[in-house]
Each structure stands twice: as structure tokens, then as C-alpha cells.
Design a protein around this ligand. Structure first.
Ligand code: 13P
Ligand code: SF4
Length: 328
């Protein structure tokens, strides 16, 4: 039996010794969220990483998040406790190779006003649409960010697109976030056809029908990474921290939550009198779950795994992230 209290105490001591801050994404395991100094969505964690005065940032999340922290705080040591914790969606786009397999299956499925890119790398699509700015979801590698004009998160994508003077924008890599934005802006969106396994593949319309019939009074709150047909049926669409705010402020007592299961921990903690059901039990991100409380302790004891973005990429990627942070 692992003594979590003892591990927690050792982590607390190491935090002082190392002058470290622990940041955790809302999808992390409950015990990891509970030892974190700040738990939040991608935007909140980027902001926290940018302004922190601690020397060491222990990032409990996935690789691109730790990379963003390193880009924004290059003089800090950024640790990712589990080096294999990646984001498969972020890996669906590369700057100039390897080329991803063509996936035109979903091209006309949603019948909405955006088109999918039919080229294979970010440089290909930029060549195809010269002068069209690239909006990169933070769920991308540092290299993709460096090749983009501005970043966005699920909570500011529309604001970011609207801030650009051009009438057409390229959005990468999530087609569902693009669909969400396309409905809320008059700009033409050229979208990459990437997706999140958790919000796209693990979720079916049957799950939605079933959850709604089981909980007829509940509000359906979903993440913009969910497919457009699921978004259509939702009462509210927002980022993970947006969900926390919405459920807390809503007079409703019951909610069906369409995002990764880790968010339920905070939802229940912050609104203990309300009821929350996960839209599909399969909505679990294995990468987010790699980090255990023991991984955090080991990371701090061994100072592993240091995430450092080389300057030639970092400086350009920072411009895209800073531009986003200025917009809010
Ligand atoms: P948020 O920015 O809403 O926290 O989402 C990040 C993410 O990875 C969603 O799958
Ligand atoms: Fe990536 Fe999806 Fe996991 Fe978020 S939930 S980290 S988008 S795979």
C-alpha cells in the first residue's frame, strides 16, 4: 500500500528545497490535483507558467504543456514527471514531416462553413494559402507553434481569430475546435483534420442519447473538442475551467459532462451539492493519467524530465504564445 500522506509530505518538503511550484491540468488524477499549487485549464496554466517566480516548474500534464511552460519561462527548470505523457492530437501535425496519412473521411460530414486542409504538413498548407495566418491550438508541438502566427486555447479561440485582420485563417490541428469557431465568426476557416481520441473517438451519439434519457433534467456541458453533432445538443460549450465556472454559477443541480473524467474531481469539490455524470465512461485520456503522485515525487528527487525548447524554436514559438496571452 502506498502511503499517499507520506509521499505528499516529501513532495511538500522538496517543493521548499527546490523552490518549486506544481502545476496540474484539470484532467490529472485527483491525488495529483490535490498536491498541486495551481490546477487549471491550458490557458490558466500557461499564464501561471509565464508569471511564476519559482525556479522549478513541475508540470503535471502532457508534453506540449510543459513545452509551453519552458517557452514562456526559459530561465526556469521545467519538469514533466512522465516523459511519455504526450498528446496524440498534437502529434497529428508536423511542420515539415513526417507527413501524416491523408484523412479526408470527414471532409464533408458536418456541412458547415469551413474546409479541411488537403495537404499534409503545416508548411504544405502555408504554401497552399500564402499570406493566410495560422492559428495554432496550444495542443501542438513547440515547432508547430514557432511556424504559426498566434496560439489559442479552447477558451479564447474565437477571440484570437477575431483579433486577426485577415478574412481567412488556418486553424490547426483540431477540426472540432475549428467547427466550434467557424460557427462563431464570419471569417473563413481552413482547418486541419486532427482530433482528440478522448472527445472524438471515445464518444458516440448513443452516449449522448443515453445520458440525456437517464438524466432528463441535467444540462449537457461539453468541450469544443467534441464533434459538432454533440456540440449541437449541448446547453453550454466551453473549456475545462469554463465548465467549472458555468456549473458553479448555474442554478441547475445536475450536469452531464462531456470532457475527460479528471475534471469531475474539481467539479464535485467546488460544487459539492450538485450532481455530475460523465457523458461517456470511456472519456479517459491515458496520457493525462500517466502521472501518478509517485511520478511527481520521483521527478522532484531526480530532477527529471527536464523539458527545454531550443532557442531557435523557442523565440518564434514565444511570439505566438505571447500574442495570444496579450489578447487574453
Ligand atoms: P482545456 O484547455 O480546456 O483545459 O483543454 C485541454 C485539453 O487537452 C483538452 O483535451
Ligand atoms: Fe490530447 Fe485529448 Fe488527451 Fe487533451 S484529452 S491531452 S487533446 S489526447
Amino acid at each position: 500500500m502506498i502511503d499517499q500522506t507520506a509521499i505528499g509530505e516529501r513532495i511538500l518538503k522538496l517543493k521548499k528545497d527546490l523552490n518549486a511550484i506544481i502545476l496540474a491540468h484539470n484532467y490529472q488524477r485527483p491525488e495529483v490535483q490535490d498536491i498541486a499549487d495551481i490546477t487549471g485549464d491550458s490557458l490558466e496554466l500557461s499564464r501561471a507558467a509565464a508569471r511564476t517566480e519559482f525556479k522549478v516548474i513541475v508540470f503535471c500534464g502532457v508534453h506540449f504543456m510543459a513545452e509551453s511552460a519552458s517557452i514562456l519561462s526559459p530561465d526556469k527548470t521545467v519538469l514533466l514527471p512522465e516523459i511519455t505523457a504526450g498528446c496524440p492530437m498534437a502529434d497529428m501535425i508536423t511542420v515539415d514531416g513526417p507527413r501524416t496519412t491523408k484523412r479526408d473521411l470527414f471532409r464533408d460530414l458536418y456541412g458547415i462553413t469551413f474546409q479541411f486542409a488537403d495537404e499534409f504538413t503545416l508548411r504544405d498548407i502555408k504554401r497552399q494559402y500564402p499570406g493566410v495566418p495560422v492559428v495554432a491550438y496550444v495542443n501542438t508541438s513547440a515547432a508547430v507553434k514557432a511556424e504559426s502566427d498566434i496560439c489559442c486555447t479552447s477558451s479564447n479561440v474565437v477571440k484570437v481569430i477575431e483579433s486577426l485582420k485577415e478574412d481567412t485563417v488556418i486553424c490547426v490541428p483540431d477540426r472540432n475546435l475549428s467547427a466550434y469557431a467557424a460557427k462563431r465568426t464570419k471569417k473563413k476557416i481552413i482547418s486541419w483534420d486532427g482530433f482528440c481520441n478522448v472527445h472524438q473517438v471515445q464518444l458516440t451519439m448513443d452516449d449522448v442519447t443515453h445520458a440525456k434519457s437517464e438524466h432528463p433534467k441535467a444540462l449537457l456541458v461539453v468541450h469544443p473538442e467534441c464533434p459538432p453533432e454533440v456540440q449541437e445538443l449541448a446547453d453550454h460549450i466551453t473549456s475545462t475551467s469554463g465548465m467549472l465556472r458555468f456549473c458553479k454559477g448555474s442554478p441547475s443541480q445536475e450536469f452531464i459532462i462531456g470532457t475527460e473524467e479528471g475534471l469531475l474531481h474539481r467539479l464535485k469539490k467546488e460544487s459539492p451539492d450538485k450532481r455530475f455524470t460523465l457523458l461517456s465512461r470511456k472519456m479517459v485520456c491515458p496520457n493525462m493519467k500517466r502521472t501518478k503522485i509517485e511520478s511527481v515525487l520521483t521527478a522532484m528527487e531526480k530532477m527529471q524530465y527536464v523539458i527545454k525548447v531550443p532557442d531557435e524554436i523557442r523565440v518564434k514559438a514565444k511570439q505566438a504564445l505571447d500574442r495570444m496571452l496579450e489578447i487574453g
